[in-house]
Design a protein around this ligand. Structure first.
Ligand SMILES: Cc1ncc(COP(=O)(O)O)c(C=O)c1O
Length: 412
């Protein structure tokens, strides 16, 4: 393998989980596409908030409550700035799944009718697929798919052809695929959809943690992502929306905090973004997410991308040395995010994951919440290795060694 690239971030010491030695071996965590590990600064921010600033938000007049308000709304402003979005149109949700459901329930039910079409892609995570299935079934609309080619990429010509049919109301797609790794040409897709008057929803769950994302420049109507994959805590997701659309949309969930006033039989709604935040939000988690994006910004998202690209290139090279192993998705690291899904002849992906786990290597096996994609690839499951800021070339080597040893266990 080539020498270690200069892009190595060398931040592992910031992540306390790596002091663990499962079975006396180093922890080789290659499952960041599933959830990321957390740096100490995020753990400290959560503890500090809960230990020193904990009070409910938007309702107290005493100083502690005002501190909690400032921490929560400050976190919103910080998180919005991370992707160049406006804080007023940045809504905190539970995760990206809830953010996408918010759009499907609120915008979708108000705008999608019989005879309309919703366009998704074959590579969607269930989170950006099932809400549209349910919406289409309920409204008598048609769900259509943009197909992937043999490289696991989409065709802009096919998108143009779909848009030219004139019935598409909404285009929903992943910025980066969690199975193929494909980086989709989001800006191109959004501008073509916009020119055709089609509303766009981008699932940024795998993109925001590993590359610079400028929501304002992309120009999507809705862009959603999730804290726990971006070094932040679980329990927080983010939806950036276009103001005009959010203003018109009815609330998604109703109850406390999202109201202007409540009468016996009717209510009015709060301003943006609180109209879409019913009930007590994930306050400490939002503060933790703000610490995570501070950390990522200090590393520099361009460097993070370069680090992941370099490691992915090593991963692809290393996997290519394992006999019988087939990687799916674009062959070039430049065209994919920091992951590789693969199969090994003669071994079930779950066996692959279990065998490498014996050497402290954590990879995911299964359908990765993308069953329609698996079906179109003719696969039941794959193993998937994914990298984060804390991974080093030695992790890739540990995986490759464990795979070679695993083949021997299987007598291959
Ligand atoms: C592309 C993509 N979308 C959506 C999700 C769902 O994320 P969450 O469970 O945080 O809502 C994932 C998580 O695996 C993902 O990879």
């Amino acid at each position: 393998m080539p020498p270690v690239a200069e892009s190595a971030l060398e931040v592992r010491a910031d992540f306390p989980i790596f002091t663990q030695r499962p079975g006396g071996q180093p922890l080789v965590y290659l499952d960041s596409a599933s959830t990321s590990q957390k740096p100490q600064v995020v753990i400290d921010a959560l503890a500090e908030h809960l230990g020193a600033r904990n009070a409910n938000v938007h309702r107290g007049v005493y100083p502690l409550a005002q501190e909690a308000d400032a921490a929560f709304e400050g976190a919103r402003a910080r998180v919005a700035a991370f992707t160049s979005a406006d804080a007023k149109t940045t809504i905190f949700t539970k995760n990206v799944t809830e953010a996408l459901n918010l759009v499907a329930y609120s915008w979708g039910r108000a705008n999608v009718r019989e005879g309309d079409a919703v366009l998704v892609t074959q590579m969607e995570h269930h989170a950006n697929l099932v809400p549209w299935q349910v919406l289409c079934a309920e409204r008598g609309a048609q769900l259509r798919y943009l197909e992937i080619d043999e490289r696991g990429e989409l065709s802009l010509q096919a998108l143009d052809a779909e848009l030219a049919r004139g019935d598409v109301r909404l285009l929903a797609f992943a910025h980066v695929s969690n199975v193929l790794g494909t980086i989709n040409p989001a800006a191109e897709m959004i501008s073509r959809a916009r020119a055709a008057g089609v509303v766009t929803v981008v699932d940024g769950a795998q993109a925001v943690p590993q590359m610079p994302v400028d929501v304002a420049a992309l120009g999507a109507d809705f862009y959603a992502w999730t804290s726990h994959k971006a070094l932040g805590p679980t329990g927080a997701g983010v939806l950036h929306g276009r103001r005009e659309l959010l203003e018109e949309m009815p609330p998604f969930l109703t109850g406390g905090d999202m109201i202007g006033s409540v009468d016996l039989y009717e209510s009015t709604w709060n301003e943006l973004p609180w109209k879409f935040e019913a009930g007590t939000p994930a306050i400490a988690e939002a503060v933790g997410l703000a610490a995570a994006v501070d950390y990522l910004d200090a590393l520099g998202m361009q460097r993070v991308r370069e680090h992941e690209r370099t490691l992915t290139a090593r991963l692809l090279e290393g996997l290519a040395t394992v006999p019988g192993l087939r990687v799916i998705g674009p062959p070039e690291a430049e065209r994919r995010g920091g992951l590789a899904s693969f199969t090994v002849d003669g071994m079930h992906p779950h066996d692959v994951a279990e065998l490498v786990a014996r050497r402290g290597v954590c990879v995911r096996a299964g359908h990765h919440c993308a069953q329609p994609l698996m079906r179109c690839l003719g696969l039941g499951a794959t193993a998937r290795a994914s990298v984060g800021v804390y991974n080093e070339p030695a992790d890739v080597e540990a995986l490759v060694d464990a795979l070679l040893a695993g083949r021997e266990v299987f007598g291959l």
